[in-house]
Design a protein around this ligand. Structure first.
Ligand SMILES: C[S@@+](CC[C@H](N)C(=O)[O-])C[C@H]1O[C@@H](n2cnc3c(N)ncnc32)[C@H](O)[C@@H]1O
Length: 246
């Protein structure tokens, strides 16, 4: 199953992309920054996620899950169980993905949405979930072995601060999952509907994004491409980046 089927079915999840530029991109991004805190989003997303989890449990290949599992499975073992924080965790469903895959990590999730975190706590009462903004995390430096930036940077106008915070709380590795990039043009800013809610989506100039990772103290180890090339959505590639904390 390809990412477009998982994350971007035009009718239900992401639709109506409208490009923004200049001052309107800044103003609209600021206006839509809190869009994912909408109370109706968690249930709508979860309905789709539950179908994907059932398929995954039955042995189906789901590329966004497979890439994330491969990224974590390939890491050298440290002392004890690896602690993993997912920032932008939604209802915490990657904890279930890791469980199904038998990864044996200690998972914790953070999201800026009260409603998503309430659902995560209800679904996975044994796990830790915190309401946290990706740009100002209240965790200590080096608090987790691995920090996953879970497909949230694209919704955060101050994404440089979110990358810096990911690097700060990660002790060994950072993963930037499902990052939309453009190759030969500046960052592009879109308004779109996600599950019927108006949100902002940034597509990052890839060379600049990789430079941001480097200057944030992260060394790129590996890249996975989830989709690439001319597509129904206005992006050139969606990639997952695995970095080592330097
Ligand atoms: C597209 S979902 C990603 C879900 C999952 N991590 C994945 O990879 O599929 C984006 C998530 O990022 C969260 N998010 C958006 N802006 C955020 C911010 N500033 N701080 C923390 N979480 C944020 C949203 O609430 C939402 O749950």
């Amino acid at each position: 199953m390809r990412i477009r089927d998982v994350a971007l079915p035009s009718s239900s999840v992401s639709s109506r992309y409208i490009e923004m530029s200049g001052a309107s991109a800044d103003a609209e991004s600021a206006r839509l920054r809190g869009a994912w805190q909408d109370d109706d989003l968690p249930q709508k997303q979860r309905e789709l996620v539950d179908l994907q989890l059932a398929d995954y449990r039955g042995g189906a290949a789901i590329d966004v899950f497979d890439v994330m599992v491969e990224a974590l499975r390939g890491l050298p073992k440290g002392e004890g169980r690896t602690s993993v924080l997912e920032v932008g965790c939604s209802s915490g469903f990657y904890s279930e993905v890791f469980d199904i895959a038998g990864l044996g990590v200690n998972y914790a999730g953070a999201d800026y949405s009260d409603a998503f975190i309430a659902l995560a706590r209800q679904k996975y009462p044994a796990l830790r979930f915190d309401v946290e903004d990706a740009t100002a995390l209240r965790y200590a430096d080096d608090a987790f072995d691995v920090v996953i930036s879970g497909c949230c940077l694209l919704h955060i106008p101050e994404y440089e601060a979110a990358v810096a915070e990911t690097a700060r709380v990660a002790r060994r590795y950072a993963v930037f999952h499902r990052t939309p990039v453009v190759l030969d043009q500046p960052n592009r800013y879109f308004r779109k509907l996600a599950y019927g809610v108006e949100t902002v989506e940034i597509h990052f100039n890839e060379p600049q994004f990789l430079e941001l990772l480097r200057t944030s103290g992260l060394e790129l180890l590996k890249t996975w491409t989830l989709s690439e090339g001319p597509a129904a959505v206005p992006t050139q590639a969606v990639r997952t980046y695995l970095c080592r904390v330097t």
